[in-house]
Write a protein that binds this ligand. Structure first.
Ligand SMILES: Cc1cc2nc3c(=O)[nH]c(=O)nc-3n(C[C@H](O)[C@H](O)[C@H](O)COP(=O)(O)OP(=O)(O)OC[C@H]3O[C@@H](n4cnc5c(N)ncnc54)[C@H](O)[C@@H]3O)c2cc1C
Length: 397
């Protein structure tokens, strides 16, 4: 039997960030991850960090490489109807976002964990949670054919959408809300310079496209595609032709293409489970909510949950107060629903849902408004850089 204060299920960004922040506060954790370290560190996912996430990574002591290599973006572009409008994040909010791949965040957090003296237990199989409503939670798992057990005070369910944590909550103690979008994103990673130094979101009659990047030499591009498309149907040449067709002429003309180094199709969904707590179990990040990637909120929301839970756990161990832990779900969900709304709105405005002209005209009106109304652009910019906690706390008073 092993003993820890907080058992963390999942060694993705949520789990490792929580473990790192707690370690700096002298709180002991064990992190269980079902995959291998190599697999987890190679997963290509998010790439855009809100300023609040950047701050939190610095607080966790993993901000050095991010500060050196992250690309600071003070705005982004919206391409539609043959023109381009820039959303000036810095001018509208005073803040900027940072391009830094989730793979890099994962690597930095993994290296930091190596120095904590409590390594992540990778390839933990058949993880099971029990005693969640007894005050004496337990985690069981198998590793290398050996059955292990952990006794702890709390469990942080950081194991993503398909994890075991949410599924361990009795069905009558949790509610879920879901919207599945009728298309996916075909993403390509390539070692070519980005078409623009800022992100370009394109609304086009052929469907949505996004020009993003991971560095000055590595681009991440996406096109909206039917849900039942398979990656094998998309040769590199077909992908580049389709992307070019959806971009404004000037961008299409300067698009540099090259062989893909990763290509995948991701479905788009909005999903929220509430409450985010059951007894000693706290759900964190994708275990509790999923947003479509439009607006890049997934990883940032996960980091925001981690911050709220970390504050609660520190208060529990330092001050003997459970006030913040008791408020965890309410505080986290307030932000989750706002980001769910923004991601849904941005998805709705940018994608082609049907051939209906009325819907296309409404999208055009929304996008034009952003160029004409500072108030409308500011609302988008505030959501894009991430709603700050002081605002959320202010709202709760
Ligand atoms: C294909 C894809 C593309 C994405 N693109 C973007 C993007 O462009 N922008 C954006 O903001 N967000 C994006 N996201 C979302 C973003 O990556 C997630 O929000 C983020 O990874 C959430 O972190 P997490 O730690 O909560 O969950 P995860 O990253 O899912 O980590 C959960 C971890 O738990 C482990 N695990 C699962 N089950 C168990 C178990 N039973 N026992 C032990 N461990 C377990 C998993 O192996 C995983 O390592 C994308 C997600 C996907 C899947």
């Amino acid at each position: 039997m092993q003993r820890t204060q907080v058992a963390i299920i999942g060694g993705g960004p949520s789990g490792l960030l929580l473990g790192q922040l707690l370690a700096r506060q002298g709180i002991d954790t064990i992190v269980l991850e079902q995959r291998s370290r190599a697999y987890v560190e190679a997963r290509i996912r998010a790439g855009l960090l809100e300023p609040g996430t950047v701050e939190l990574l610095h607080t966790a002591g993993v901000g050095a490489r991010l500060a050196r290599e992250g690309l600071v973006h003070e705005g982004f572009e919206l391409a539609f109807d043959g023109r381009v409008e820039r959303i000036d994040l810095k001018g509208l909010t005073g803040e900027a976002v940072t391009v830094y791949g989730q793979t890099e965040v994962q690597r930095d957090l993994g290296e930091a964990r190596d120095t904590v003296g409590r390594p992540v237990i990778y390839e933990a199989e058949e993880v099971r949670l029990s005693g969640l409503d007894t005050g004496h939670p337990r985690v069981r798992y198998r590793r290398g054919g050996v059955e292990e057990e952990i006794e702890c005070d709390f469990i942080a369910g950081c194991d993503g959408y398909h994890g075991v944590s949410r599924q361990s909550i009795p069905a009558d103690r949790i509610r879920t809300y879901e919207r599945i979008y009728p298309f996916g994103w075909l993403g390509v990673l390539a070692d070519v310079p980005p078409v623009s130094h800022e992100l370009v979101y394109a609304n086009h009659a052929r469907g949505f496209a996004l020009c993003s990047m991971r560095s000055a030499h590595r681009s991440r591009y996406y096109v909206q595609c039917p849900l039942d498309d398979r990656v094998e149907e998309w040769s590199d040449a077909r992908f580049w032709d389709e992307l070019r067709a959806r971009l404004p002429e000037a961008y299409a003309a300067r698009l540099v293409t090259g062989p893909s180094i990763e290509k995948s199709i991701a479905p788009l969904r909005s999903f929220v489970a509430e409450p985010m707590r059951f007894g000693s179990l706290f759900l964190v990040g994708d275990a509790a909510h999923i947003v479509p990637p439009t607006g890049a909120k997934g990883l940032n929301l996960a980091a925001a949950d981690v911050r709220v839970l970390c504050d609660g756990l520190v208060d529990h161990y330092r001050a003997g107060s459970d006030l913040l832990l008791d408020e965890y779900s309410t505080r986290a969900l307030r932000r989750v629903w706002k980001a769910t709304r923004f991601s849904w709105w941005f998805t709705t405005v940018m994608h082609k849902f049907s051939d209906e002209i009325f819907a296309a005209r409404l999208q055009l009106a929304e996008l034009e408004l952003l160029g004409e109304s500072r108030a409308a652009a500011q609302a988008v910019a505030e959501n894009y850089v991430g709603l700050r906690f002081r605002r959320a706390e202010h709202e709760s008073r």
